[in-house]
Ligand binder design. Sequence first.
Ligand code: FAD
Length: 410
Amino acid sequence: MRILIAGAGPAGVTVAETLREMGFEGDILMFTAEPYPPYSPPVLAEYLKSRGKDRTVFWKGEDFAEKAGVNLLFREIIAVDIREKKVYARGGEEFSYDKLVIATGARMWIPVRCQCQGEGEKFYNFKSLSAVDRLLQELDKGAERAVVIGAGFIGMEIALTLKKAGLEVAVVEMMNRILPRMVDEKIARPLQEEVMRRGIELKLNSRAVLLRGRERAEELILESGEVLKGDLFIAATGVKPNVDFLKDSGIPLGRGVRVNEYMEAGPDVYAGGDVAEVRDTVTGNIYPHAIYPEAVSQAKVIAANLLGERIAYPGALNMNSLHHFGLPLISEGAMEGEEVADEELYLEGKDGIKRILLKDGKILRFELVGEKRGAGILHWITRRRLPFEPFRDAFLRGRLNVALQLRFLP
Ligand SMILES: Cc1cc2nc3c(=O)[nH]c(=O)nc-3n(C[C@H](O)[C@H](O)[C@H](O)COP(=O)(O)OP(=O)(O)OC[C@H]3O[C@@H](n4cnc5c(N)ncnc54)[C@H](O)[C@@H]3O)c2cc1C
């Protein structure tokens, strides 16, 4: 049997690894659209900081394919025929499969117009190793001032990394705070102070509308008319699943690939990772969850089901943790926060801030900044959708701990 995996990111790699762990001895054909062995995007900041020298970005080893007995092909797939069971690669080659896994991830989505002549790169981004290598070339040419568009998780990571690398950095964000989908204004405030203390210029409540230049991008125009000059303009404006090559395939598509609870997208076709639309365990909404642990869990479910199991994926839980601010920050749960919450619990102590948003008596989202204590039990309560009432008093007295968790174990 030949299993063809489109994509060599964490999802594709975990499918291959799990198949081998489960004793699969057939052919595994894996495709990547980039000229590198599989790499881990969360390590890209370290890779950039080391100017491309830190090889831990290849987190499974540069010889992953060899070790896992995977035939890794550096080809972009441009079309899929699920009746003939074939994929078509750029350049004209075609490959047949018995079972297909779509794990093509997502790419940067940039809602800003561009009026630049010249052939060179306009917007840079931080989404892939190829993109980071293009950024590194600009740094080597002596870029001095960077403008980052978007103050979400990835935008703040790249801004702080470039500042550390010695550049002048400005961040443009249309919302009233940084990390708007992770934290509220009160929690964002100390983080913003830290960002500004490090010399990063923050432009909040500012929508970028146009990138302009002659041979290269030179200035970013904000809705207010303000003009920001720069050598490098980096988009961190959100991601879009890589599904264009599936347009005429008959595979059901929304924003991403639509899958059922077994991660199936069609006969002998599965999809997982950032490309797949999955149910959120907190809100019940269905959308691509672009986070590493869920890509890995989905891939494990896919591998088992490829080998004849019938395992349902339990749904995704958004979680992010950032350490670049010099103090821990953890946020978990729904991205929709105060708009839909019924109640807010807020604790501010000398070690940090803890905030919980509740809806229908259950955790909608929790945020911890400054200290991580309690993160484990809050994760457990959120994941299991337990009523928060029995834990409320302990939380408010700063006494949430594992012993308490054990008392509530079934
Ligand atoms: C800078 C950065 C930091 C991050 N930090 C965190 C973090 O701290 N915690 C966290 O949970 N998540 C983090 N993430 C998100 C996490 O990296 C993703 O959720 C994860 O990489 C998803 O894995 P994937 O395999 O689905 O997709 P990807 O990693 O995007 O891999 C997709 C693969 O598909 C290939 N591909 C695409 N199109 C084609 C095609 N047509 N033909 C062939 N191959 C194709 C690509 O070349 C690539 O190999 C971060 C992401 C970035 C960019």
